[in-house]
Design a protein around this ligand. Structure first.
Ligand SMILES: Cc1ncc(COP(=O)(O)O)c(C=O)c1O
Length: 404
């Protein structure tokens, strides 16, 4: 019997692609809005959106047009020269965030790496050379490069790669008083996700936010908000730090910004920007024309296309439907999140639900072992949420009956 195309892909990957990912068995070839199709022609409602990246849905015609136009004009020049779009995107990001300047890179982990470096650079320039430590949170995920990994909590990600950047202390976000004890005159920055994404969709509590503010006031330490997952409209707000009343000095962003074209950015307050000199940091690709055009298209949708109001509206509907699922399935102990970043805490490995939902035509993913995470595109409609929630309800039924 001849092998299917999907079998060929899986077998060639098994031989030649470094096995760092445990993929679901399907091979995806096409998308449209909130839906994707596999090699067998089966369609799925995509409530992962490429881990929060396909912010405008798949094959968005406006984004595709802009990318195609730029690809046939000029994709990349490096940062040896000016081009028209970094300035325009940086200005719009400043308007959205209240932070004055942007450094462009290609991913979330690079954005965090840049924030950590700029925080240290700030204190170095001020002559406070002892001030190099970071305080991060248990449950945190900030990426996989050495700096970002050093402020990422999970020992499974960290241990095989030590020694990491020294001077990082982890504090439990359920214990605000521990933050007060951990932040000293040697702390360069406190690093937090306003909503921990990989950590299980956990928003920071008001008490913890108050503790951050108090520690920053007491010691002058900088605050870095990692909005790679929670930012850029996913919660119905440009940034979730604003909702929490957190005023970060630096911010990392990525994921949603390019709608699928890799782009990240570190956003900085002017006082920190002044400490950074030419040559201190850089990226060959960072902020190239193609990525900036994608970013501009996305930000325009957010600022002028009514996307924030849309997320707030469908987000409320989403919450109601998830709450109903929690009520009818006792294995769900909590529904967390905001807008279109949601997590269901369940009493068993969340992979059971993920695997039951897929054959029913719904893609979701498991995080923090027992959390079913839902990250649909920001453009998701109420009708698509209804369809997806019916499938999710069925998936819970399948797992309850143990008939997988
Ligand atoms: C909050 C947060 N920071 C950083 C990252 C790393 O981003 P990337 O995978 O684009 O490097 C992620 C990725 O999931 C994230 O959720």
């Amino acid at each position: 019997m001849t092998k299917s195309f999907a079998d060929q892909v899986r077998e060639t990957e098994a031989r030649h692609v470094l096995q760092t990912y445990k993929r679901a068995p399907i091979v995806l070839v096409r998308g449209q809005g909130a839906r994707v199709w596999d090699t067998e022609g089966k369609d799925y409602l995509d409530f992962t959106s490429g881990v929060g990246v396909a912010s405008l849905g798949h094959a968005n015609p406006g984004l595709a047009r802009v990318i195609a136009e730029q690809a046939s004009t000029l994709i990349h020049t490096s940062n040896l020269f000016f081009h028209p779009y970094q300035a325009e995107l940086a200005e719009k990001l400043a308007r959205l965030s209240g932070l004055d300047r942007a450094f462009f890179c290609n991913s979330g982990t690079e954005a965090m790496e840049a924030c950590l470096k700029f925080a240290r650079r700030y204190w170095y320039t001020k002559g406070d050379r002892q001030r190099t430590a970071f305080v991060a949170l248990t449950g945190a995920f900030h990426g996989r490069t050495f700096g970002s990994l050093s402020v990422t909590a999970d020992p499974h990600y960290r241990e095989p790669f030590g020694p990491l950047v020294p001077g990082v202390t982890f504090v439990d976000p359920a214990d605000p008083s521990a933050l007060d004890a951990a932040v000293t005159g040697h702390t360069a920055a406190i690093v937090v996700e306003p909503i921990q994404g990989e950590g299980g969709v956990r928003p920071l509590s008001p008490a913890f936010v108050a503790a951050i503010r108090a520690a920053a006031d007491r010691t002058g330490t900088l605050v870095i908000a990692d909005e790679v997952q929670s930012g850029l409209g996913r919660t119905g707000h440009a940034f979730y730090s604003t909702v929490l009343g957190l005023k970060p000095d630096l911010m990392s962003i990525g994921k949603a910004l390019g709608g699928g074209i890799p782009i990240g950015a570190a956003l900085l307050r002017e006082s920190i920007s002044q400490a950074v000199a030419p040559g201190d940091h850089g990226s060959t690709y960072g902020g190239n024309l193609l990525a900036c055009r994608a970013g501009l298209y996305f930000v325009d949708q957010l600022l002028e296309g009514g996307l924030l109001a849309h997320v707030t509206e469908v987000g409320a509907h989403f919450q109601r439907r998830l709450q109903a699922i929690a009520t009818s399935h006792p294995m769900v102990s909590e529904v967390r999140g905001a807008g279109v970043i949601r997590g269901l805490e369940i009493d068993r490995p969340a992979s059971a639900i993920v695997d039951a939902a897929r054959p029913l035509g719904l893609l979701v993913n498991a995080t923090a072992s027992t959390v079913v995470r839902l990250l649909p595109p920001l453009t998701i409609t109420a009708a698509e949420i209804d369809e997806a929630m019916d499938r999710l309800d069925q998936a819970f039924g399948v797992v309850e009956r143990g008939v997988q």
